[in-house]
Write a protein that binds this ligand. Sequence first.
Ligand code: D41
Length: 789
Amino acid sequence: MSPAVSNNASRRAAELRERLDEASHRYHVLDAPTIPDAEYDALMRELEALEAAHPELVTSDSPTQRVGAAPSSAFAEVRHEVPMLSLANAFSDEEIGEFVRRIRTRLDLNADASLKFSVEPKFDGLAISLRYEDGKFVRGATRGDGETGEDVTANLRTIKQIPLKLHGKGWPTVIEVRGEVYMPRAGFEKYNETARESNGKIKPLINPRNAAAGSLRQLDPRITAKRPLAFYAYAVGVVEGGELPTTHSAMLKKLHAWGFPVSTLVDTADGAQGCLTYFHRVGEQRDALPFDIDGVVYKIDDLATQRELGFVGRTPRWAIAHKYPAQEQTTTIEAIEINIGRTGAATPTARLKPVFVGGVTVTNATLHNADQVARLDVRIGDTVIVRRAGDVIPEVARVVVERRPAHTHRWKMPAHCPICGSAIVREEGEVVARCTGGLACAAQVQQALFHFAARRAMDIDGLGERFIEGLTDFGYVKSPADLYKLKLHDLLEMKRRADERDGTTPETVKAGKVATKWAENLIEAIAQSRRTTLARFLYSLGINHVGESTAKALATWFGDIALIRHLPWPILKLVPDIGGEVARAIDAFFEQDGNQRVIDDLLEHGIVITDAHAPIAKVRAALTTANVLADMELPGITEKRSEQLAQAFDSLEAILHAPPAKLSASGVPLDVAAALASALEQAQTRELFKRSAHAMHLLLERAESAKGAAGPLDGKTVVLTGSLNSLTRDEAKDKLEALGAKVAGSVSKKTSFVVAGAEAGSKLDKATELGVEVWDEARLVKFLHAHAG
Ligand code: D41
């Protein structure tokens, strides 16, 4: 190789190193990238190629040297020429006051003389020392015991925030920069996410602090390189052949100028009060920081004063760490229980061996939901890390799998509610599992009553949240049915006890007068609510997914609570707008004995449904074997296959009892027939077939036939006159006809009633003359509304 070529290559390599180093510093330290990633990669590849072709060009500070060193078998010891000191800890404002007073006494300063501190966050990571000779990174070591650490140079080189070469100028010939290697939270979470998805191949990291320490102690730097580590500088050790500023804060600024990351939270403060203000200010930001801190550090800013104060043993008198309460602690899981919320949501909760974390003793931690339990694989007996950040509910952050005892089991959501025994159901695509005992579950009774009494439900005027709380808290009401058993004196007693408990007894009551009007009104409102429509009643039950319009559709189609309360979901799906999810929620609700008992109780002691009727003719039309079969969501059973099967068998029972050979002979593809045969071997499917067949018979027996379609206006003749506001004449006509009325053009003795809009003329006169009933628009609208499908 000619010297000229080598010279060129050498110049290009130096240029590439310079540009890559600058880009890396701007990206990792200054957080202000200047060149696109792709360009960085291209420059890096060019440098790698150059160095491969000319190995003599490789320098120790080349960016290509951050990764790739071969694994070492052990770390060499490094003696710290200037020891790495330890920090005293303080946990209270008082201790900080004493710390500052001690300093003032030693310095002969009175209480109001200014005393400047450099104040900085205390990172939760691993202390290290980085040695630079002639501006080049030559060695990095862990703190160890402060005297002797381990040589982890190869690992530290992989941390992009650590400059391999000092920036700027004016640095000493030899300088040791000290600081903390830590793992930012996002990197930690991401790493653990990958670990969780690796099925045990990658071990999750315990916490960001252990993660940093463990990563630096890897014998293979290629492993360290994959860990998202970062660095902040906060001190210097050996300094030779150069001058440093005279204050700590100025020195940190210098370090920043030389290429080291220095926390933007670093500041200065005056006296104990200034330090404490800083402590609280940073404390407020703590949860939002992208890294963990366990406190703040106060350091006398003036370096000469630091020297004057000196040390006690290895601990400087001029610095102290002021700690925040730990946010994470290790404890064990004593039990996993589920908590049923007001809406029935079942939340798994861990019962813990009590542990002091985040400033309080914690005995329970939320596990959020079944997915979270599965993700963490939390088991009873496990050692776990509990986290309580700020004021949020404590949560189980991680499991320490290494400490798992023998014979543990994966946790499963229980099938039944611990409060009411109803089934716990998790709908497809839902994160939350729910107790289905909406009416019968003590955990949900307040919510159930609130919904039951609402204006659009049973419309019990005056039954607000406070009374509902009183009635349930003192045991007067355990379900909506109990409302109809309340006596005046129950209400008065309840009120008296609630007032007493809450300390809200009015003066008039104290004076011996008892107000009873409100209670009389409430009893009256409850009585008033007894007579109701089927749609309102269904809506008031608070079935998951059943809003007013679904309740109306159910009422219109089936007409009778005695039927609706036993319909299996494939039959419910026959109603337009009721899909599988809603149908299953309705079925699941009525499947719970507790709910059925409350409905019995309501119908026996309270509610009168005023508009029960036979299932409408559309039910009969929809109730074909093919339709019901198609609604059952069996694998491969499409509408077309259902038609074929219905042709071949003509009832659900026949299909249920058909031998597999006959299913195959029905014309559907063999794999579909086989899938159906195996589905029919499952008890659950057989049960669904039986219930559906039974419901079909019952409905067909009761449903109207198309001709004599039942409508509330069957056989009535109605005449429309004048103009209507809320709907057109045509719409009114359609709706009346849909309810069975015949709409005629002129008034006669046979007219059942006349609907008179604004400016009604002769027809209205005629009606009055003949004594025919007259409805105004409001009455019509109310009627149509009550009977809307
Ligand atoms: O952030 C830290 N963990 C931190 C640690 C910090 N910000 N400053 C520190 N300052 C010192 C002195 C005052 C002794 C130079 C420290 C530590 N020491 C330290 N880290 C581990 C042991 C001591």
